[in-house]
Ligand binder design. Structure first.
Ligand SMILES: *Cc1c(COP(=O)(O)O)cnc(C)c1O
Length: 362
């Protein structure tokens, strides 16, 4: 009875989904989710707690997050002429954009392999999703994109730059071609900007259909849930109507403002992660049968001998190291796993475990 009632009223495409699965990481060296591994120095924690004392939990947050926005403009280098919209993580902004443009026959187009939320959110808002394969170097295939843009006329194109899960930045000229060819919006998702060589933030305003998405998650504040969308106010004013009031809570507003005024701490951590990424990349390449892919982010995608990804993943887990097995998605990601750059001792533990697991299984 209950089951029938649920099946009758919940949309079939929602029933067909699986809830976003986050593995239980307790007890593991956690290198699966692109988190910054470093805590703050104790005196900074004390200052932060002091700042939180003046937060009024009984009052609604500033609906416009004005002070935080001012701070974010500086930290993220948002051009003065551009608007800014905040989300409860950049995931919420992806959802807000999609909700604003969704409609019968409308689609989201994404080069693949891609960040999973683009497809999930397309499904949630009832849009078609079109994946266009990247080329063999994980760069944009311009001809394939041109054909798909022509065929589907997507309302939205998402380009993650650097891309997750491949780790690389697409070539700038190819992204520009896509922006020029796209009939609708192109959102350049710069979640990994802190680890990257290039950004489209300065290109805002040069194209009517370009928006840039950022988050504080990967730079060390994943627990706060704060993302930002920058671009022409004309677009953002519309998306702001989709935003639920007070989507950025008082603790997030106060904490993010505090953290970003001490940005040098986060910058020091991300610089360290970039250096360690290079060490990790080299060490992975030295392991027999392992092919790491160059990364501009805080993780490294790597391929293991054919058919061995699941065994490597489970073997690492039994050594207490949790990473991400992407081989299950098949295609270009067959035999591939993704490891987040951790603290030096975590990376060492991962490499030592991987070495042993490869000997045993491959
Ligand atoms: C992690 C990630 C996000 C989501 O970031 P949140 O701000 O934590 O929601 C968005 N885009 C890409 C490509 C990511 O990898």
């Amino acid at each position: 009875m209950l089951r029938e009632l649920v099946d009758r009223w919940v949309r079939p495409e929602i029933r067909a989904l699986n809830a976003y699965h986050v593995p239980d990481a307790r007890g593991y060296i956690k290198l699966d989710a692109m988190e910054n591994p470093y805590p703050w120095p104790p005196e900074l924690v004390e200052q932060w707690l002091t700042a939180l004392r003046s937060v009024s939990l009984n009052r609604y947050p500033d609906p416009a997050s004005s002070r935080l926005k001012t701070r974010l403009r500086t930290t993220m280098g948002v051009p003065d002429a551009m608007g800014l919209l905040l989300g409860n993580g950049s995931d919420e902004l992806i959802q807000m954009i999609a909700m604003a443009v969704a409609g019968p026959g409308r689609s989201i187009l994404v080069p693949e392999p891609a960040f999973a939320m683009y497809r999930i959110i397309a499904t949630l808002v009832g849009m078609d999703y079109v994946g266009v394969p990247l080329d063999t170097t994980f760069d944009i295939d311009v001809d394939a994109m041109a054909a798909a843009l022509q065929a589907h006329k997507p309302a939205l194109v998402f380009l993650a730059h650097p891309n997750n899960p491949t780790g690389n930045q697409f070539s700038i000229e190819r992204i520009e071609r896509v922006i020029e060819m796209a009939p609708g919006l192109v959102v350049v998702d710069e979640a990994y900007a802190a680890f990257a060589r290039h950004s489209f933030m300065d290109a805002l305003g040069r194209y009517d259909n370009l928006l840039v998405l950022r988050t504080v998650s990967k730079m060390g504040l994943a627990g706060l849930r704060l993302g930002l969308l920058a671009g022409p106010a004309c677009w953002l004013d519309e998306f702001d109507k989709v935003r639920l009031p007070y989507n950025i809570n008082v603790l997030t507003q106060a904490s993010a403002e505090f953290a970003l005024t001490h940005r040098e701490v986060l910058d020091g951590q991300t610089a360290r992660i970039r250096e360690d990424r290079e060490r990790l990349f080299k060490a992975l390449g030295d392991l027999p049968g392992v092919q790491p892919f160059p990364s501009d982010a805080n993780f490294v995608l790597f391929r293991v001998p054919a058919g061995r990804a699941a065994a490597v993943f489970e073997g690492l887990k039994s050594h207490g190291v949790l990473i991400k097995n992407l081989s299950v998605s098949g295609g270009a990601l067959a035999d591939c796993l993704r490891v987040t750059v951790g603290a030096p001792e975590e990376n060492q533990a991962f490499l030592a475990a991987l070495n042993e697991v490869l000997r045993a299984c491959c």
